[in-house]
Design a protein around this ligand. Structure first.
Ligand code: MF3
Ligand code: CO
Ligand code: CO
Length: 260
């Protein structure tokens, strides 16, 4: 079942996704060598509850925390812990969800911890670019496969690989709605994009090979070859001509550029 949202519902979803965006910007102030991912999770949960919302991931399929924090070779679904201390040169994907006014927000950003290698910087840059390449295709009349094709083409042109097992998704009163939105695919294939459809596009791009493995905790997904992986996610509403981007990295960018 594909749910198309009304204009009013899209405004509620914009509020939910804006809250995730500002939560990630709050975390941007704290991400540096020495902080634990457990502490980041605490900060996020408090920030979300202070803004009349509840964490969207906590309790979802029994997931225990507010954030997914995935460091270096971890792709997604890393569980925050007081024992995981960030160090200079790490990269960390922080994925955050909320429920506000019955609607989910879901957005992720990959951060640099202190000074990182040029290799890592390029992986982050290209992954973020590939997300925007996908968004360019996310307009009424195009198909889901057009998004995946654009993401994949950009990432692979740098020799990177695209994770297949996890995909983007519809977003609404549920965290994961139809359709699935793969980060790979063929042009002109898959479901047709209609105005009012809200989806998350979330490329997971590996520096090495695309294969992944699941951790003993039942959640953490890592690259099989232990090379780094990056992840960026935005929620967008399909519209005529141009996607309506409901979440934003602009607050994060503001914080990061200030601290340089
Ligand atoms: N945030 C992930 C996504 O973007 C889903 C996380 S599910 C959880 O789709 F249970 F791990 F939180
Ligand atoms: Co997410
Ligand atoms: Co998502």
């Amino acid at each position: 079942m594909i749910y198309l949202k009304t204009a009013e519902e899209i405004e509620l979803m914009r509020a939910s996704n804006l809250l995730v965006s500002t939560t990630l910007a709050e975390l941007a102030k704290h991400i540096r060598p020495g902080i634990t991912t457990g502490k980041l999770d605490e900060i996020a949960e408090e920030f979300i509850r202070d803004h009349d919302a509840v964490p969207g991931f906590k309790g979802y399929s029994d997931y225990p925390k507010t954030l997914c924090t995935s460091v270096n070779e971890q792709v997604v679904h890393g569980i925050p812990s007081e024992k995981i201390v960030l160090k200079e040169g790490d990269i960390i994907s922080v994925d955050c969800g909320v429920i506000k006014n019955e609607f989910y927000g879901d957005t992720a950003f990959s951060f640099e911890v202190g000074e990182v290698s040029e290799e890592m910087k390029q992986l982050l840059k290209v992954t973020r670019e590939s997300l925007y390449k996908g968004i360019e295709k996310a307009v009424e009349g195009q198909r889901v496969g057009d998004i995946g094709y654009a993401v994949q083409k950009h990432a692979e042109s740098f020799g990177y690989s695209v994770v297949r097992e996890m995909v983007g998704h519809g977003l609404g009163r549920r965290l994961h709605e139809e359709p699935e939105v793969p980060n790979y695919g063929r042009r002109g294939t898959g479901a047709k994009l209609k105005k009012g459809l809200v989806i998350c596009i979330e490329p997971m791009i590996n520096m090495g090979r695309r294969q992944i493995s699941q951790g003993a905790d039942g959640w953490t997904i890592s690259t099989a070859d232990k090379k780094p992986s990056a992840h960026f996610e935005l929620a967008i509403a399909i519209d005529k001509g141009k996607a309506d981007i409901l979440s934003t990295f602009s607050f994060i960018d503001e914080i990061l550029n200030k601290s340089q």
